[in-house]
Design a protein around this ligand. Structure first.
Ligand code: ATP
Length: 225
């Protein structure tokens, strides 16, 4: 007897999207991107992974615990969204490779992991700690943001990585647990955490750029003053 679509989903490989970031604070740009990717690529789950000590940028002013709590509030009620606080439990720099190794140990070798990164971040990918091992552990989902012409700016090592691993077939993400690179266009919302922090600092209203529950948390805890 033919399997129903639901049966195939149940028996198929789980696809888990991984969205790391400082989330200082989380906003609708992050949430819409995650929702759209989950829909388009049929991801079973998206894990939001706040970075405790990001190696590539200045340490956030806001504590990791507060940034985590804001993510928890923002994703409440979305059954596909999960808060993953493993980087807060590790000392030292929050390297993606360590996070992937720990996720693999937890989720096993049959889950397809899809690391979501902005195309702006991919331009610097070959400076990440043990970057060449990362595609052995996960797929890369590169999200095009406006005004970044990725292919023109890529260094040769990244150009060959892209050439070897690129696919435009979403189905290939479920065929293997790691190793593919996809480029996804999303309907970009021009929202940035930097601009939101500035709104709070200068007492302008940030409403409708991020969930009200997060606005209330920020005001209650007097963040971004
Ligand atoms: P900041 O302004 O402090 O740099 P940010 O929101 O750009 O904040 P992160 O919180 O670290 O930075 O972002 C996490 C991930 O979300 C990154 O991959 C980033 O490229 C992506 N991202 C951030 N804002 C948007 C947006 N408006 N649309 C799509 N992706 C976004």
């Amino acid at each position: 007897m033919a399997k129903s679509a639901a049966d195939q989903t149940r028996t198929g490989r789980r696809l888990v999207g991984l969205l790391g970031g400082t989330f200082d604070p989380i906003h609708y740009g992050h949430l819409r991107m995650a929702e759209q990717l989950a829909d388009t690529l049929k991801l079973d789950e998206i894990r939001f992974i706040p970075s405790a000590n990001p190696p590539h940028r200045q340490s956030p002013q806001t504590s990791a615990a507060d940034r985590c709590e804001m993510v928890r509030l923002a994703i409440a009620g979305n059954p596909r969204f999960v808060l993953d606080d493993r980087e807060l439990l590790r000392a030292g720099a929050s390297y993606t490779i360590d996070t992937l190794l720990s996720l693999r140990a937890e989720l096993g070798n049959n889950t397809a992991l899809c690391l979501i990164m902005g195309s702006d971040a991919f331009i610097e990918f070959d400076s990440w700690h043990r970057w060449d091992v990362i595609p052995e552990l996960c797929h890369l989902l590169l999200v095009e943001r406006p005004n970044v012409q990725m292919s023109e700016a890529l260094r040769p090592a990244l150009q060959s990585l892209l050439r070897e691993r690129y696919t435009d077939q979403p189905a290939e993400l479920a065929e293997k647990t790691a190793g593919r690179i996809m480029i996804q266009r999303i309907t970009a919302l021009d929202i940035s955490a930097t601009a939101i922090r500035e709104d709070f600092r200068t007492q302008r209203s940030p409403r409708y750029l991020l969930p009200d529950s997060v606005v209330d948390f920020i005001q209650g805890h007097q963040l971004y003053r």
